[in-house]
Design a protein. Sequence first.
Length: 495
Amino acid sequence: MSKVRTRIAPSPTGDPHVGTAYIALFNRCFAHSQGGQFILRIEDTDKQRSTDKSAKDILAALNWLGLSWDEGPDKGGDCGPYRQSERTGIYTEHIDRLLKEGTAFRCFCSSGQLSELRQRQMQDKAQVGYDGQCLELSEQEIADKLADGQEFVIRMKVPRDGECEFDDLLRGKVMIRWSQVDMQVLIKSDGLPTYHFANVVDDHLMEISHVIRGEEWINSTPKHLLLYQYFDWQVPVFCHMPLLRNPDKSKLSKRKNPTSIGYYQAMGYLPQAVLNYLGMMGWTMPTGEEKFSLQEMTDKFDIKRVSLGGPVFDTEKLDWLNGKYIREDLSSADFIEQYAQWAFTSEKMEAIVPLLQQRVERFSDVAPLGNFFFSGQLEITREAFTHKQLDEAQLLRILQFTLWQMEKLGDWQRDVIEQELHKLAGHMDIKIRDFLFPLFVSISGNAVSTSVIESISILGLDITRARLRHGIGILGGISKKQAKIMEREYRSWGG
Ligand code: GLU
């Protein structure tokens, strides 16, 4: 058998997600248990949503967890570049081949035409999707439209009848009717590939033998298989892992569970415990042992042991496991060293000390005043939010708008944060002093503290988000309906 090569292919469009680490872990274990290689590829074809910061954070988060890769953008390798934005020429070359062979075609339909089509299909209760109109265009018509400078995308041809059948390593035979598969756009009007096209071309060129990914991609697999067939390439083995779930069994979401790896780092979890916990998602050691290292998991790895029942990501269980690691695996010296590294990095201390120094009279005042810089969630009561001018509805609005605004910030600088909060206060027509009140309580646990704007900038997005959410929860939460109304208002400010 040829060499086993697996990959993790994150799209750098947000915070490093625990789901990415989970899929990376299983890919790495699978490849390394078979003497193969594990590759990291950045899928940044979505120009609007991809950012360098997100790519950098994802690499850092996976490194923090110890999920190193054998080839990748920072490491190089024989199949580079490992960043899709640097591979545009490769996609052009490949799409030209499909166009020439007639398995892909130019589609000149405008977005207006497409939404009309969609509406018609919905009215007729028919399958929604592209109807293949531009397949009928003659060579001459195409040439005229091109000469005319008309915009186009390139779609793949998809059969309308019959069904696509494929083997999934965990699920066995999967069958999907072709009529349910859209004539996928492969190249967008800006000339860049879509995920589907770039992903298949790269998996082939990077000699990926096993595609192990989340189950949300199952319905895309027929398109991918068809592309392999069009190119006459060997098809990799597909394996769709069960999705991580919230304790209520819904798909893991940041509304209900922190999903950013940075959060777990900022909360002071040990990377080996988080990794161990991710290894318990749908998988067990043959011995039933719950505490195991990455090496132990790799040594005993058997993908067939993955169970398909939705694994629940439950922070309480993670707390328990992390506590076990702290008690059992760290000597006092390790504890001192690792705690200091987590709590007192020089960067953090240099930011915090000037704030505290201005406000203390004795060193013994430092800990009570600054404890919130070294804590996770804070103990806050509803009474702490009592305010003369603002009622609970207003307080909730401030917290929620701030949360949205902070999540949107690309630049986490003190001045930018300050400016954004002032803008929000202006939109809400609330004096900045009052506006900052619920933020003080949520972020520092106290209405009087060091500057809340400085504190937010030091604590970072993950902890800020968690504390704002916590504050919202203490004030009784926001219903979906209220959230919708607030979202409309927020957007009306250009948010
Ligand atoms: N870029 C895709 C993602 O972020 C990769 C999916 C796949 O593994 O094929 O999820």
